[in-house]
Ligand binder design. Structure first.
Ligand SMILES: C[S@@+](CC[C@H](N)C(=O)[O-])C[C@H]1O[C@@H](n2cnc3c(N)ncnc32)[C@H](O)[C@@H]1O
Length: 506
């Protein structure tokens, strides 16, 4: 039906940008005084974001975040007129589906559907058995880091350090370019993408502060600082450089659209085999990336001989049911930071525990040496995990070594069965075992005490009575949900320690 446009043909996709870059009709420009004001704000962002050393504590990070957010609110006001909106997603579905069919994407028996709380997803229109092929996406419709080298970014992709060394950044810039290119081959895909995300880049200061006490708080602040810095860096680069990509984005590059592009990549990318088969690269895989996550098994692979990504059913799916895939073994903290959601009750959940043998401990050298034999660090990040065995063997061994006195260290240093320190059945002095579990319980209590609210407070907030009229913003709800999941996990781990202590008393 109708004339098949050049932009709907995968073969034409490398040449969609006109020689002079973006079609400039209708593109608004900032007046010179606004551009000057913006440039000063960019300098401020660069200064504040680079003033935080790697080892900075959370209060320094929080101070920088607040300062950067103040500057960014002025940036957003200045850039408001440059924003280019996307059509509603619902109106983009039909064109997206025919684009997929025209470009040999296979998805027989599947359709796109809306799901409350999940936005869009994939629904089965027929029964699938475990192992049945569900979605096959040829490389030609993917947006990959390799495409950056055939795009207007090809020059910067060989010389700009951020683009060269950060593939995610390169892919985000490519996505942004496609959004701005009216004739992009990927237009039907871009129009199907969410207009906004719930990654921490979209959290207001009042929302992000709800993460206080969680390890996610620091990760979120760092991520916001890093993206603000990248935005300021590229905004200046595009104004000053003369390559093709810079001339396209110079007048239209905005903080909000950069956050959108970065969030698109963070929440939807997957790894695929490179075109020459020699390695892997990051890619956006249209349609496959409409599948939502649940605990399960990885079921997507790259078929090198057919040069396409294939997703099979990892469990039977009945007609009318949603097709979920498993995004990987990620704790909720990472799901929130990198994917913009929280999966309550996740079997993959874990909470970080920062533990180390103090340098001032007179037994530091002996403890570090014994830990080294167990291939464990003397200081670092550990995890307590979801489920009936919240204390992993490595953490068990660490707290045991941490709690040893000189005689016990001498004994275990001379022992050939040092690995048994990781086991439940390890023949250990009762007093040492008690010290180890007491120490771990105390550390878990400290983590719980670091949250400004209790588990019960959060349960009430998320319960029907707490948010009866749905007043809580989606981002606040996510933050409260994350800290509640973490508290539940920590309370379970604490009960586990208490139970071990009770056994020792019996
Ligand atoms: C790869 S996309 C999946 C499709 C997406 N729902 C859409 O409308 O385009 C990943 C995003 O879907 C949402 N999502 C996926 N699984 C989810 C889950 N189990 N719970 C809540 N949100 C989920 C999150 O917003 C996440 O960033």
């Amino acid at each position: 039906m109708g004339k098949k446009s050049h932009s709907n043909d995968a073969r034409g996709k490398q040449s969609n940008f006109s020689k002079n870059g973006l079609q400039t009709t209708g593109v608004k420009k900032l007046p010179p005084h606004k551009r000057n004001e913006l440039n000063q704000l960019l300098d401020k962002i660069l200064k504040v974001s680079s003033s935080v050393p790697e080892s900075a504590n959370i209060s320094k990070e929080w101070e920088a975040y607040q300062e950067i957010q103040k500057v960014l609110s002025k940036v957003k006001l200045i850039e408001a007129d440059l924003q280019q909106s996307l059509p509603s997603r619902a109106s983009a579905v039909e064109e997206f589906l025919s684009w997929l069919r025209n470009n040999n994407v296979e998805f027989d028996g599947l359709k796109i559907a809306e799901y409350p709380g999940l936005d869009f997803g994939i629904e089965a229109e027929k029964d699938f058995k475990e192992g049945d092929m569900m979605i096959a996406v040829p490389r030609s419709v993917m947006l990959t880091v390799e495409n950056v080298h055939q795009s207007p970014f090809r020059e910067l992709a060989t010389k700009d350090p951020l683009i060269v060394h950060m593939p995610n950044v390169a892919l985000a810039l490519l996505v942004l370019l496609q959004r701005r290119e009216p004739l992009s081959f990927w237009k039907p895909y871009i129009n199907m993408l969410p207009q906004r995300y719930t990654t921490v880049l979209y959290f207001s200061p009042d929302e992000i502060v709800q993460l206080k006490g969680s390890p996610a708080f620091e990760m979120a602040l760092r991520q916001c600082r890093s993206i603000a810095r990248q935005y300021a860096y590229f905004s200046k680069l595009f104004q000053n450089a003369n390559d093709e990509a810079s001339s396209i984005l110079r007048e239209v590059f905005t903080y909000e659209e950069y956050c959108w592009a970065v969030s698109t990549v963070m929440t939807r990318q997957n790894t695929v085999v490179t075109a020459d088969g020699s390695g892997t690269t990051q890619a956006l895989i249209p349609l496959w990336d409409m599948c939502n996550h649940t605990d399960g098994k990885l079921s997507t692979d790259f078929n090198v001989s057919l040069d396409r990504s294939e997703c099979v059913a990892w469990r039977p799916v009945a007609k009318g049911k949603q097709v979920f895939i498993f995004y990987g073994d990620r704790p909720n903290c990472e799901l929130l930071i990198h994917n913009g959601f929280v999966h309550p009750g996740s079997a993959c959940d874990a909470v970080r525990l920062r533990l180390g043998v103090a340098k001032a401990d007179p037994l530091h050298a002996e403890k570090a040496a014994l830990l080294h034999r167990l291939r464990l660090p003397a200081a670092g990040d550990w995890e307590v995990v979801a489920g009936p065995q919240p204390v992993l063997p490595s953490l068990k061994a660490f707290v045991r070594v941490f709690s040893m006195d000189k005689a016990q260290l001498d004994h275990w240093t001379a022992s050939p069965s040092v690995e048994s320190l990781q086991e439940d059945t390890c023949a250990l002095d009762k007093a040492l075992e008690k010290r180890a579990w007491t120490f771990l319980a105390m550390r878990i209590k400290l983590l719980l005490a670091a949250y400004p609210t209790s588990k019960e407070d959060d349960e009430a907030l998320l319960g029907d009575a707490g948010d009866a009229v749905g007043k809580m913003s989606p981002c606040t709800r996510l933050a409260v949900s994350l800290r509640l999941e973490e508290k539940r996990l920590l309370v379970n781990a604490l009960a586990f320690c208490d139970e071990r202590l009770a056994r020792l008393e019996a």
